[in-house]
Write a protein that binds this ligand. Structure first.
Ligand code: FES
Length: 111
C-alpha cells in the first residue's frame, strides 16, 4: 500500500512551500511512521518532532493533519493524499516543528 504525504515546508521567515512524498505502509502504521520513513529513505532534512512514538503522551507530534489539529503518532496512514502542516497558532521553527511550551511551563502554566 502507498500513502502520499503533502507536507508544508519552510523555515521561520522563509516562504513556505508544499512537497509531496510517497511512502509505503502497512495497515495500522501512523502518520509519524510515514514521516520517519521519509526522513530515513528520502529526505533527512525533513523536520518534525516526537518523543513518545505512540503513547499520545508527549504531545510533541501535534500538527495539522488534513486541516485538523491532531497527533501524528495516533492518526493512521491511509491510501491517497494526506496533507500535513505545522500548527497555525504557534511560532514556526521549520517544516512541521513549532515552538511548543517546555514541559515545566505546561505543568505550571503562565498566570
Ligand atoms: S509522539 Fe508523543 S504524543 Fe505523539
Amino acid at each position: 500500500m502507498k500513502a502520499t504525504l503533502q507536507i508544508k515546508r519552510g523555515a521561520q521567515g522563509e516562504p513556505q512551500h508544499v512537497e509531496t512524498f510517497d511512502v509505503p505502509f502497512e495497515p495500522g502504521q501512523s502518520i509519524l511512521d510515514g514521516l520517519r520513513a521519509v526522513r530515513r529513505d528520502t529526505d533527512p532534512t525533513l523536520a518534525f518532532r516526537f518523543a513518545c512514538i505512540n503513547a499520545n503522551a508527549c504531545k510533541e507530534c501535534m500538527m495539522l493533519i488534513d486541516g485538523k489539529v491532531d497527533y501524528a503518532c495516533t492518526v493512521r496512514l491511509k491510501e491517497g493524499v494526506t496533507t500535513l502542516a505545522p500548527l497555525p497558532k504557534k511560532t514556526l521553527v521549520r517544516d512541521l516543528v513549532t515552538e511548543i511550551a517546555p514541559p515545566d511551563e505546561r505543568l505550571h502554566g503562565k498566570s
